[in-house]
Design a binder for this molecule. Structure first.
Ligand code: HEM
Length: 481
């Protein structure tokens, strides 16, 4: 034992290559948004396993499928924790959630219960009627605009769909009835998470966050979030409240878990998981839908092929139903292609190494932050021919899937921390997109050409289109077809 300790103290770890570092700040000065693009450029120079020093924290960036596989297949257990980040600690009600909690017995138990009770296929299908209602609402708003020949702000419609849906499945009521409170909360959350917290990189200088007012802003935000959660929880606990018709909402399910003495579910878990569902589930489906419609309008022959497929399967039924989706093979390739080019979380949620280990000849030290660039991996020329091109046909006779087994396509991550909401999110995306394609013919606003539909990205941590997508819709009837 003495011998090992001695070696640890004296031998210098071999770090992966990375850009030159400055004293104290390391590489922080090099970073700017969008980070996934910047880190991808760096990794072209320094390789698919790259070292960065972020203030006091060592970090590595993984930018190839092969390297992601080495980590996740061989070392998932060594690096499946999450780093402690001051804002996220508060947002997760002290690590009582799934997404930001450190790895350990508590997290394992919570994830297991939630996978069974909240994210299961049974639960996802229990929300089918809610999805149908929300999509019908969308289709009828678009139909009204189409009838008047008014341009459709698809971005707005898609964002409301995502927000309504998540509020209804989580809380049993719709977004609009909730006075847009949750929308404001999420906007503020995104804005705070773009701030630079000195304490996270230089713990000794944490007082700067106090002086700058950032800490107070966070406290105010957390109080507001907690007040909303307290309000909806007490409404749900009210014995005279009529239960939601049909599917039991997620909050009711979690309050039920609180009563079960065989698990250690706490009220903070209820709030933490609610927060995860709002943060993880509100924007992600909308982002995918928006990019999909943007690419389809830029590629009319692909749009036509997809519409022909949907319409030939659904025929004159009037709307696409969830059971129809399994027959839409080309349509599914389109969605894979969108997830390859536009993973909503281009850098997966960072992990943290629980212990030291070796990959190739490099030492990964305990507490190293592990950043996987899913966006760069989806565009890696080794695996993807003409990677920048939107070409769904690449998935013909190709079994690559997004389920975390094929490391060249990991928009939902992989391994122990992989997204548990994949089915919940993609069921909505599929049924919404299929109905948009079935119900309308889509066109550019008069005077615009398809090149005017830009693919510019908003400089945030999620992959969001910078400019709204505004199109003309005309109602499709079978007579036309
Ligand atoms: C459909 C679009 C979605 C995408 C692309 C997506 C993507 C992701 C990604 C990349 C991660 C990190 C995985 C990793 O660290 O390896 C993640 C984690 C997570 N997602 Fe999703 N997500 C989606 C939808 C949802 C929905 C609808 C929910 C909830 C209803 C959700 C809840 C979560 C949670 C709780 C985690 C944390 C898992 C953990 O740390 O163990 N996601 N998601």
């Amino acid at each position: 034992k003495y011998h090992i300790d001695h070696r640890r103290r004296t031998s210098k770890p071999k770090l992966p290559p990375g850009p030159p570092r400055l004293p104290i700040i390391g590489n922080l000065h090099l970073l700017h948004r969008p980070l996934h693009r910047l880190l991808s450029q760096f990794s072209n120079k320094y390789g698919p396993l790259m070292f960065l020093q972020l203030g006091v924290h060592p970090a590595i960036v993984i930018s190839s499928a092969e390297m992601a596989k080495k980590f996740i297949k061989n070392h998932d257990q060594d690096c499946c924790s999450r780093p402690s980040v001051s804002f996220l600690n508060k947002l997760s009600f002290g690590g009582a959630d799934i997404a930001f909690a450190p790895y350990g017995e508590q997290w394992r138990e919570l994830r297991k219960i939630c996978s069974h009770e909240i994210f299961s296929l049974k639960k996802v299908s229990s929300f089918r009627t809610l999805r149908e209602e929300e999509i019908e609402h969308c289709i009828s708003s678009i139909s009204d605009l189409a009838a008047e020949n008014i341009p459709v702000n698809l971005t707005d419609i898609i964002i409301s769909l995502g927000a309504n849906m998540v509020t209804r499945i989580a809380l049993g009521r719709s977004y609009h009835n909730n006075g847009n409170k949750m929308h404001e909360i999420l906007q503020e959350m995104h804005s705070i998470s773009r701030s630079f917290f000195v304490a996270d990189f230089f713990p000794r200088f944490g007082w700067i966050d106090v002086v700058s007012g950032l800490d107070a802003r966070v406290e105010k935000f957390i109080k507001k979030l907690d007040d909303i959660f307290e309000e909806v929880i007490s409404e749900h606990l009210d014995p005279v409240r009529p239960k939601s018709e049909g599917a039991e909402d997620i909050l009711d399910t979690m309050l039920g878990l609180l009563k079960d003495p065989t698990n250690n579910f706490t009220m903070n878990n209820v709030k933490g998981v609610l927060m995860d569902i709002f943060v993880g589930g509100t924007d992600t489906p909308s982002l995918i839908l928006e990019w999909a419609m943007a690419e389809l309008i830029r590629n009319p022959q692909i749009m036509k092929k997809a519409q022909d497929e949907v319409r030939s399967v659904v025929k004159s039924k009037g709307k696409v139903e969830e059971t129809d989706i399994q027959h839409l093979h080309y349509f599914k390739m389109i969605l894979k292609e969108i997830l390859r080019l536009y993973p909503p979380g281009p850098l997966l949620i960072p992990n943290e190494a629980l212990r030291g280990f070796k990959v190739d000849e490099y030492d990964i030290q305990p507490k190293t932050r592990i950043i996987i660039n899913a966006w760069a991996i989806g565009r890696e020329a080794t695996y993807w021919e003409r990677p920048e091109e939107f070409f769904p046909e690449r998935f013909i006779n190709n079994s690559i899937d997004t389920k975390g087994q094929d490391f060249q396509l990991i928009p939902f991550g992989s391994g122990r921390r992989m997204c548990p909401g994949m089915n919940m999110g993609m069921t909505l995306v599929e049924i919404a997109l299929a109905n948009l394609l079935y119900a309308f013919n889509w066109d550019l606003i008069q005077g615009m050409s398809k090149e005017d539909i830009d693919l510019e990205e908003f400089k945030g941590s999620t992959l969001k289109k910078m400019n709204p997508l505004i199109l003309m819709a005309s109602r499709y009837t079978l007579m036309q077809g």
